[in-house]
Each structure stands twice: as structure tokens, then as C-alpha cells.
Design a protein around this ligand. Structure first.
Ligand code: IVH
Length: 723
């Protein structure tokens, strides 16, 4: 008699299990790779739990490619070595960071292929050089069986457990994938994920965790996560992946795929579920490579992840085979580096600088170092807490970073290179320039000099701020000259710029400057100013005359420029523009109450209070009156009609790269329509605008049910055609 096997799976369960795995694989791909999930996180979790329950009821059905198996396994003592079936090569680096780097490569390829000028340009693929670590993913029968680091190229380490935790890496491939497939690519950490991780680390440290540390950069954080022996910890370190090549693959004669070009190969990898960067482009000849180098270089700082250059590859696989290898490097590829953004140097001293508003900033004076394309000798330490947190001391070897136009900063100290025990940094109790007390307000990170305009450093900064291009613009009035004018007491306040020599002259005649004004005609003023300037170091007659012309020219300005130039705390260019538009006239702004100021878009309580406080000070009003008396003018207008505000009260968060609009542009358009742009997604966010390579903000939006727009959707909203 046939006894039913009580433990045999019910056919219904088996079918459901297969269905759940398939569904979860699909959604994981949409979420992690395409950044375009189609179900809410809660629904994903529900399906996931259902699968977990089924697998718990039928442990014999558990397979390593199940979506539940991303985190699992025990902590290891060490990683097992993996011999690569196909070595993981390195790639030649072109360090000439000018366009000729690309030309050299193209010329070499043409020479080696025996091409003449009459031959057509070579077809290339250009890719970002991702700044992470190389990984080889081995799939057998469509299932991820092993992930290995590069190691020395011949033998790497088995980090499969950790790599499984990366949501972007498929555990299982579609049916059309070959029997054996090794995908090579880069494991990296996105910048926003890195920031979040470091923030979490800082909190743990603040809460007393002794063995935690923050990470220097995304690459180090990624490397640390991959080489983490405990996969549960690795799972908490958010990693990403880009595929860029192949290792061992079932050969075509055994039924494996056959590709003609590198580009096709990447497209196929994409169709199998691997992330391939949208920034990978086809091109031909040196000119396209140069254009690519420049375009990616320009986008470098706004990408969601770090890159350290670009990689050029010959597109035709037949030509790649023809070109072959030199020792351990393929002849058909080259890495063209960007200027390094991080370099090592030595701290020579730590100075404290005084800013326009009295803010004291500790600044590390550095042995000159070429970083981010310029020679850097100063790096900000921001404030006392930062300087102490980083524990920068005189004589230390430090990593300095300069990315884009951002001011250089000290990333970290190489503590093991410290010699002796230099003193830790402390903030001085008094202003290093004027000796006034330096105070740190409750809840503030900054120390401030309390000297106000008594402090010559603050006066100098105030003058430079007023004279800068974006404010009233006095061409040729640089810091060296301002130093002298202030140090020799020629200029004390802004109006003195237009009254050069008056103070000394009035003293000689023992009259007030106002009386002097009535005695000086235009020619005498000119003469007095010229002779005063002539006494300054390095001031020739011509440059003195040029400066006077520039001062004259600066007198006709605009209200926003003038307002910004006054240097009211919290009033930047954008706020100055809004104030000018809203009130039309300077007097209206000077007399506006806090309530009236709050009606201006862009002005919140702190800004309103700061404007009020500024104009309540008689000496500030006096500066304005004297500047007017010196001839400064600007066209005034009527108070603005109510601005277009159909997006007022709406908050937007931007993530990823939009197809045509720059981030700044999108922000400006949203604000012009009355909306606000915030940095992080919360329940209060009205819309998330997501572009290519959107990050975790998109995930958060879906989680919270915040509507997500693409560029077209945003355009429609801006034009008021959608709700
Ligand atoms: S191709 C045979 N493509 O750069 C060519 N490498 O030495 C193999 N890398 O550590 C490399 N982005 O991990 C290639 N788009 C890219 C890359 C890339 C980053 C890394 C790679 C390796 C180094 C090259």
C-alpha cells in the first residue's frame, strides 16, 4: 500500500514558492538596478516574509539563489583564496591630465593596428573609471556561486557572503544567460550612502562605541565592507555595483554567447540584470575621447559616486584580440585619470582667520601640494569641534581634499606618521587680530570675535565683500590693497573708499570731513585720492587712476548688488534679489518690520531678524547715508506685484541627473514659482524629482508614498498644467 509522504511539499506551496522568488527577483531588480520600483516597500516586505515562512516550513527547498539568502552565513576567520579562471588584468594609466592623454592612446592604437591617415577613425567605448574595487562574479547555471576580489590578479579572495548582500547584484540570471559566466565590475559606495553611513558611525561614536570609526572616503568604506568577515555587518554597509567586462564565459562553440563589440556585451549584461552605467558611451577617434573626458570631468562633482578618471576601450572585440596584451595590461584599453582630488601633505601651522562677520576659522597652513588641479597651501578646519574631531596638529601628515570649486579641507590625519606629541589645537580666547574677546554662543559651532568693525580683519573682509564682482564691483581692489588701506587708516568704513585721503586732510586742516566736503571740488578730490593711493606699496600712477575709474564706475549699481554688498548676515545674493524685488526701494527695506520682511519669499525669522538688527544700528544707517552722499545710486522700482506662486507651500527634493535640466536650474525654476527645494525626503515633501542614477531618496519617497516626478512631470508642474 502506498503511504503518503507527509513531508513531501504540496504542489501548491512549490508553485507559490517559485512564483514568490521570481516576483521578488524582479522587484529587487527594479528597486536596486533600475531605481524604478513598482510596488511599495511594505508590499515587498510582505512577499519577502511569505517566502521566508514557506522556506522555514520546507528547509529542503532552500537554494542559495533565493532572495532570502542575501544575508546569511556565519562570520569567517579569513577569506578563502580564489584562483581566477581568467586573470583580472590591470590597465595602463595615462596620467597626462590634458586632452593629449586621449590623443596618445588613439595614436598608439592606430600605430599598432597599422592604420594610416587614410583609414577611418577607430571605434571606441568610453566609460567612467569608477573609484571602488574590482570584483569578479561567477555564475554557474545562472546562479551566483562565487564573488572574488582582484587580489594580485591571479588569486583573489572569496567574498561571496558579503557580495550577496548587494541588492544590485543579481543572485540568479535569466534563462538566456550562459552556463558559465564571470562578470567583472566595480563595487563602490554612492556618495549619499557614504554620508549616511558616516553619520551613523558618528552617532555610534558619540554614544560611546569604542571600536567604531568614520570612513575617509567612499572607496575606503566600500573596501572595508567587502573585506568584512561578518556578513551581517557587511549587509549594513550600502554598496553598489557597475559591470564593465567579462572573465570566463562558456565559449560560443559550447553554446555560449558571441559578441562582436564591447558595447553589445555591456548591453547584454544589462539585459541579464547587471547595472551598467548610463554614462558609458560609444565614440570614434581621438576627438570623441577628448570630448568625453571633458564632459565627464565637468560632471564629476555632481555625480552620485566618485570616479577618478575615464577608461577608453577599443569597441571591436576582434580588434581587441588583434591588439592583445603587454605583460599584464591589455593594449586595447587605457585609464585616463583626472587630477587627483586627495593628496598627502604636511601641516606647517594652524592659523585662526577672522571672517567678515567675525567668525573665527582655524586654517591649516600646508606644505604646497597640487590637488584638484591647483596648488593648495591652506585648508579649512571649519571650527573648533571639527579641528578637534580630526585632531589635526602642527607637523602632522594629512590627506587634503579639493573637489571642484569647494574650498580645500583636511580629510584626515595619518596618526601613525605623527612625530612626538604636538599640542592639540585650541581656539584662542581672544581675537588674534584685534584682541577682543572671542565667544562661542550657546548652541553655535563657531567662535566669533566681538570686536565688530573695531576689528580690522572684519573691516577688511567687509570692504572686500562690498567690492567683489557679485556685489558693487570695484575692479582692481584686491586684498593686498585693502590690507594697506585699512592698516594705514585711510579706509575705516565703506564710504571711505569714495573719500580717499579725506581723513588725513581733515585732520591737517582741523575740520570735519563734512566741512572738507564743501571745500573740495571734483578736481581736488581726484588729486587727493591719487596722491593718497600713490603712497601705497606697488601702486603706480596708472593703476591708481584705474582704481579711481573703477570706483567711479561702481557708483552706478543695482539695489540687489548694493544690498548684498552691505554684508548683512544671512543676506546672500538670492535674498538680496528677493528683497529688492519685493520692496522696490532701499528705504522701504530699511524701515520694514519683521512681519513685513517675513512676507518676502526666501526670508524666514532668522533672516528677518538679522535685517532688522542691521538697520536698527545707527552706524549702519549712517554708512548707507554716506554711501549715497558719495554718489552711489541705483534704479529703484515699485514694490512687486505678488510673484507667481502657484507652487508656494510645495517642497521638492531633487535626486539623480535629469536629462536636460541642471540641478541648479531646476532649483531656480521651482523657487521662481514659489516652491522650496529641500535636501532630504520626509512626510512633508510634496514631490521627489528623480533623474538617472537616482539614489536612496527615491526609495524613501516610495516608502513614504511621496509622488515622484521625472523631468517632464516637473516641467508640467512648473507650467501649471498638472496638479
Ligand atoms: S576595465 C582589462 N573599466 O580600474 C581591463 N576598469 O586597472 C580591466 N575600473 O582596478 C579593467 N572603472 O577595477 C575597467 N570602466 C572600467 C573601470 C575599471 C574602474 C578599475 C578596475 C581596476 C582598475 C584598472
Amino acid at each position: 500500500m502506498h503511504t503518503p509522504d507527509l513531508f513531501a511539499p504540496l504542489p501548491d506551496d512549490a508553485a507559490r514558492l517559485a512564483e514568490l522568488r521570481q516576483t521578488l527577483h524582479e522587484h529587487a531588480h527594479r528597486y536596486y538596478v533600475e531605481d524604478a520600483p513598482t510596488i511599495p516597500d511594505a508590499e515587498y516586505d510582505r512577499l519577502f516574509k511569505e517566502l521566508q515562512a514557506l522556506e522555514a516550513a520546507h528547509p529542503e527547498w532552500l537554494t542559495p539563489d533565493s532572495p532570502t539568502q542575501r544575508v546569511g552565513g556565519n562570520a569567517l576567520d579569513q577569506f578563502a583564496p580564489v584562483r581566477h579562471a581568467v586573470p583580472m588584468l590591470s590597465i595602463r594609466t595615462e596620467t597626462d591630465t590634458t586632452a593629449s592623454g586621449a590623443e596618445n592612446f588613439d595614436a598608439r592604437i592606430r600605430r599598432e593596428l597599422g592604420l594610416t591617415e587614410a583609414d577611418p577613425p577607430v571605434q571606441y567605448v568610453a566609460e567612467p573609471k569608477f573609484d571602488g574595487l574590482a570584483m569578479s562574479l561567477r555564475y554557474e547555471q545562472g546562479v551566483l556561486v562565487q564573488a572574488a576580489t582582484r587580489g594580485d590578479g591571479e588569486t583573489g579572495e572569496d567574498v561571496t557572503q558579503n557580495i550577496r548582500t548587494i541588492g544590485q547584484i543579481p543572485l540568479r540570471l535569466p534563462k538566456d544567460a550562459p552556463v558559465v559566466l564571470e562578470v567583472r565590475g566595480e563595487v563602490y559606495m554612492r556618495r549619499d550612502d557614504f554620508e549616511t553611513l558616516n553619520e551613523r558611525q558618528r552617532q555610534k561614536i558619540a554614544a560611546g562605541a569604542k571600536r567604531e570609526k568614520t570612513f575617509v572616503n567612499p572607496r575606503n568604506a566600500a573596501a572595508g565592507a567587502v573585506r568584512q568577515l561578518d556578513p551581517a555587518i557587511a549587509a549594513q554597509r550600502p554598496l553598489s555595483f557597475f559591470a564593465y567586462g567579462l572573465g570566463e564565459v562558456t565559449p560560443p562553440e559550447a553554446g555560449g554567447p558571441s559578441f562582436e563589440t564591447h558595447f553589445d556585451l555591456l548591453q547584454t549584461l544589462k539585459s541579464w540584470g547587471f547595472p551598467v552605467s548610463d554614462l558609458v558611451k560609444k565614440g570614434q577617434g581621438a576627438s570623441d575621447l577628448i570630448a568625453y573626458y571633458e564632459s565627464i570631468g565637468a560632471q564629476r562633482d555632481s555625480l552620485g559616486f566618485d570616479i577618478d578618471g575615464v577608461v577608453y576601450k577599443v569597441n571591436s572585440l576582434a580588434l581587441q584580440r588583434q591588439l592583445g596584451f603587454v605583460t599584464r595590461e591589455p593594449r586595447w584599453a587605457v585609464a585616463h585619470k583626472f587630477p587627483a582630488q586627495e593628496m598627502l601633505t604636511t601641516v606647517l601651522a594652524i592659523d585662526v582667520q577672522v571672517g567678515r562677520t567675525g567668525k573665527l576659522t582655524p586654517v591649516a597652513k600646508l606644505a604646497p601640494v597640487f590637488v584638484g588641479g591647483v596648488t593648495v597651501t591652506n585648508a579649512t578646519l571649519h571650527n573648533e569641534d571639527e579641528a578637534r574631531r580630526k585632531d589635526v596638529r602642527v607637523g602632522d601628515r594629512v590627506i587634503v581634499r579639493r573637489a571642484g570649486d569647494v574650498i580645500p579641507e583636511v580629510v584626515s590625519v595619518l596618526l601613525d606618521k605623527r612625530v612626538g606629541e604636538p599640542e592639540p589645537f585650541t581656539m584662542p580666547k581672544t581675537c588674534p587680530v584685534c584682541g577682543s574677546a572671542a565667544v562661542r554662543e550657546e548652541g553655535e559651532a563657531d567662535h566669533r570675535c566681538t570686536g565688530g568693525l573695531f576689528c580690522s580683519a572684519q573691516r577688511k573682509q567687509a570692504i572686500l565683500h562690498f567690492a567683489q564682482r557679485r556685489a558693487v564691483e570695484v575692479e582692481g581692489l584686491g586684498d593686498k590693497l585693502v590690507d594697506q588701506l585699512v592698516d594705514r587708516d585711510v579706509v575705516r568704513t565703506l564710504p571711505d573708499l569714495y573719500r580717499l585721503g579725506w581723513r588725513a586732510q581733515a585732520e591737517v586742516l582741523a575740520i570735519s570731513q563734512e566741512q572738507l566736503a564743501t571745500e573740495l571740488d571734483a578736481a581736488k578730490r581726484q588729486e587727493l585720492a591719487l596722491s593718497t593711493l600713490a603712497e601705497m606699496d606697488r601702486m603706480a600712477v596708472l593703476s591708481a587712476q584705474n582704481l579711481l575709474d573703477a570706483l567711479q564706475k561702481s557708483k552706478l549699481t543695482t539695489l540687489p548688488r548694493f544690498l548684498f554688498g552691505l554684508g548683512i548676515r544671512h543676506v546672500g545674493e538670492a535674498t538680496a534679489k528677493e528683497l529688492a524685488r519685493h520692496f522696490g526701494k532701499l528705504d522701504a527695506i530699511m524701515d520694514a518690520s519683521e512681519e513685513q520682511l517675513l512676507e518676502v519669499a526666501d526670508v524666514g525669522p532668522i533672516v528677518a531678524q538679522s535685517i532688522r538688527a542691521f538697520f536698527e544700528q545707527p552706524h549702519n544707517r549712517e554708512v548707507v547715508e554716506h554711501l549715497r552722499a558719495c554718489g552711489l545710486t541705483w534704479p529703484e522700482g515699485e514694490p512687486a506685484e505678488r510673484a507667481p506662486t502657484h507652487l508656494s507651500g510645495k517642497t521638492f527634493v531633487l535626486t539623480g541627473t535629469l536629462p536636460t535640466m541642471g540641478r541648479d536650474e531646476a532649483k531656480a525654476l521651482i523657487e521662481a514659482a514659489g516652491g522650496k527645494v529641500a535636501g532630504s525626503v520626509s512626510k512633508k515633501t510634496s514631490y521627489v524629482v528623480a533623474g538617472a542614477e537616482a539614489g536612496s531618496k527615491l526609495g524613501k519617497a516610495l516608502e513614504l508614498g511621496v509622488p515622484v516626478l521625472d523631468e517632464a512631470g516637473l516641467q508640467a508642474l512648473l507650467q501649471g498644467v498638472a496638479e
